[in-house]
Design a protein around this ligand. Sequence first.
Ligand code: NIG
Ligand code: FE
Length: 420
Amino acid sequence: MLFVNATQVVTCAGPPRARVGAEMQDCGVLTKAAVAVNGERIESVGSRAALERAHEDATIIDCGGGVLTPGLVDSHTHAIFGRARYEEQERRAAGADYMEIARQGGGIHASVRDLRARDADELLALARPRLERLASYGTTTVEVKSGYGLSVEDELKILRVIRRLTEELTMRIVPTWLGAHEIPKEARATAATRASYVKMLREEMLPLVTNEHLAIFADVFCEPGVFTIEETRELLTAARVAGLKLKLHADELAPSGGAELAAELLATSADHLAAISAGGIRALASSGTVATLLPGTMLFLGKGTRPPARALLDAGAAVALATDFNPGTSPTPNLPFILTLGVSELHMSVAETVLAATVNGAAALGLANETGQLAPGFSADLALFEIEDIRELPYWYADRRCKRTWVRGKACHSSDLPIT
Ligand code: NIG
Ligand code: FE
């Protein structure tokens, strides 16, 4: 296939690792360029005239004057859940706090009660169109966490649903085990029941997850009132020994040393970070851990705080942006809208946001040598937007400008097709 007639081809080309510092200022905008794809891989990116001569028999994909980018990478979602939790939005508007709602049995607990009552087929039927919606905004790689089961049976049920989605959908899906998303209500009674939940996660659930190869990553909600630093260290150390890569929900609402722990454990990413400390910023900047920012969450919760993107970028940390798509704190499938928040609220440049949702999102999933850039040898994961300049992607905010996407050279989303 030869992709031609794009006003801009945004390659994000460069080293196959997270970009930092000055590297974030150049997302590789080409004009009069074409992209040649052979099977599942990008073969070359170069001048249209030269590529047309070299590939006379290619199937031509006319980009219609739009902007062609690497498929977007949404490296943090909780896409497997049952019902929506719209009632909590109004409760917060009336003054209730997210953690207070959780203490009263709402929040994650409400989603857990709901999910446990549903079977796998039902969860699959709910998740499929949700992931197709994410795809319709330009996302071609998505991380999906478990975490609304909080029992062996229910967490495995979710991870097996994610596996089925991986087989059924064209998008690339990266599964994460988040059995430590909350201490379930039934384990909250005493210190002993709490400790036995952590022990069960480590000794019982984790081996079942890894024996069935159901996850690439392990994640823990490390936050005061949820899992402590010590519990998080214990769980993630065991997960690493079991062969999983590591992520943390860290310093989301209060600074507790989550970012420092992520750096210490050589985690692939530390996510949220709206309340990260100065020491946490230094720790991430001097580690290979990607700082994944989820500004949609703070916006939706009605919080005044925002993750300190500028401080992280200026310190030299690798920054990624993701939706955190979930029923409680960020029910948006729209990753380009998160780029808008990156520019308008986090003071990032457009190039920084684009790289944060492509190359650095891929790095946050351990996939920086596979996807996130339009360069020879990379997976043919592309997104075509109905804009003429990449700066329009965050500009037309909350709009859906994505026309088509391809994953591994195969058509994924098309705006001409309905979402099932
Ligand atoms: O990333 N912070 C923890 N987990 C999710 C929220 C989950 C929920 O409220 O359902 C998050 O924001
Ligand atoms: Fe999350």
